[in-house]
Design a protein around this ligand. Structure first.
Ligand SMILES: Nc1nc2c(ncn2[C@@H]2O[C@H](COP(=O)(O)OP(=O)(O)OP(=O)(O)O)[C@@H](O)[C@H]2O)c(=O)[nH]1
Ligand SMILES: [Zn+2]
Length: 365
């Protein structure tokens, strides 16, 4: 059962020490996180478990859909999350104004399925962004061209998509007629897959075709409050009929390029390869003498458009990184102020001056 939802020897190895310490713990895969707890799939089916202790200050260390967790019993007959097993891959969202560090949107993903509608014009630069993001998250991109029934020259469009996504599989499907769905399903068998793509690209329709609607409704046992069984939808982690899971967390759909820097290299492999041959190590491929990239564009072996989107993606990443930097500094400053205040309070306590410490002076804080 666990293997069908992504469990393997490596996770089993990471889990062993926890089991050796307390044989009552079991592994579970997080299907959804909410306030105070989460739903997990375990060998015994879906369960609910609570978080104990304070949430990690670093949001990337907090539980998210796709995580493997160590689940143990509580004294009052409920269940609690004891630990998370180390992640294999993770999608991070760029920090909000509250926090500079990224929240994790999905963990332990093998394949990023990038949905592109054949009913709309192919925007190559956008596809490249998704591909870069997929690589950067530690996943393998697979492009799925949806709504095949609405396009006439599918082969041509598939070739364009393939050119924009070297190293990625490209599949055309129609959820309406069912064309290509089985072939795609075979590619995803046993893997943990996320669906990426613009709104309206056909992700939900495809998810239904791949999972069968039935699998979206599962029974969950309430452990903590003991209110018995209730029906819930594990919308975020959908088991596939032939093994493997589809992760479909809401935030993932509009995911940004937080961590795409590494992915740029993988997406634009041919440009980075050529750049090795440039005369200058820090060549910007603009007008430098001995630039191998410009030479390749001159002789037509690399389209100018590829270099343009490469530069654009790099610029965008720099902007994101700079913004993250500013936020991080602001957060560090806040933390430093908090500690300074704490230190002041503690020394006041020692001198018997802090409020509530029995001293006379009360200090405004
Ligand atoms: N003709 C045709 N229409 C499709 C196909 N797949 C999806 N559609 C239609 O495309 C529209 C958008 O599909 P969704 O599955 O909702 O798209 P989505 O990517 O999940 O969109 P969001 O939920 O906004 O992220 C719907 O009206 C679907 O009926 C297909 O294979 N063929
Ligand atoms: Zn160059």
């Amino acid at each position: 059962m666990l293997r069908r939802i992504g469990w393997d020897d490596a996770f089993a190895g990471a889990f062993r020490p926890y089991h050796a310490t307390d044989p009552r713990v079991v592994p579970g895969r997080i299907a959804r996180v909410d306030r105070g707890g989460c739903e997990l799939l375990t060998a015994d089916g879906p369960v609910r478990a609570g978080f104990t202790g304070r949430p990690a200050t670093d949001p990337t260390e907090r539980a998210c859909t796709g995580d493997w967790a160590v689940v143990g019993p509580t004294a009052d007959g409920g269940r609690e999350i004891r630990a998370l097993l180390p992640r294999r891959s993770a999608f991070l969202r760029s920090g909000s104004s509250k926090s500079a560090r990224g929240h994790v949107l999905a963990a332990n993903v093998d394949i990023s399925l990038i949905a592109v509608s054949l009913a709309d014009e192919l925007v190559v630069s956008r596809l490249e962004r998704f591909v870069a993001l997929a690589w950067a998250a530690g996943t393998r991109p697979v492009v799925v061209l949806t709504k095949g029934d609405l396009a006439s020259d599918v082969a041509h469009l598939a070739a364009d998509a393939q050119a924009a996504a070297p190293g990625a599989g490209v599949h055309a499907v129609s959820a309406l007629t069912g064309d290509g769905v089985d072939r795609l399903a075979a590619q995803l068998r046993g893997a943990s897959t996320v669906l990426l793509g613009l709104s309206g690209a056909g992700k939900s329709t495809l998810a239904n075709a791949l999972t069968g609607r039935e699998s979206q409704r599962v029974q969950s046992t309430r452990g903590r409050d003991g209110r018995g069984r209730h029906t819930t939808t594990t919308r975020d982690l959908l088991p596939l009929p032939e093994g493997g899971v589809l992760l479909d967390t809401p935030g993932l759909r509009g995911v940004g390029l937080w961590q795409a820097a590494e992915g740029v290299g993988a997406t634009f492999g041919e440009i980075e390869q050529l750049a090795q041959g440039c005369r200058f190590g820090d060549c910007g491929h603009r007008a430098e003498p001995g630039c191998a990239v410009l030479a390749a564009i001159e002789d037509g072996s690399v389209p100018q458009r590829r270099l343009d989107s490469y530069r654009k993606l790099l610029r965008e990443n720099e902007r994101l990184a700079a913004r993250a930097d500013v936020l991080l500094r602001a957060e560090q400053l806040k933390e430093w102020k908090r500690r300074a205040a704490q230190g002041r309070w503690e020394s006041d306590v020692k001198r018997g001056r802090a409020p509530g410490s029995g001293g006379r002076g009360s200090r405004r804080r």
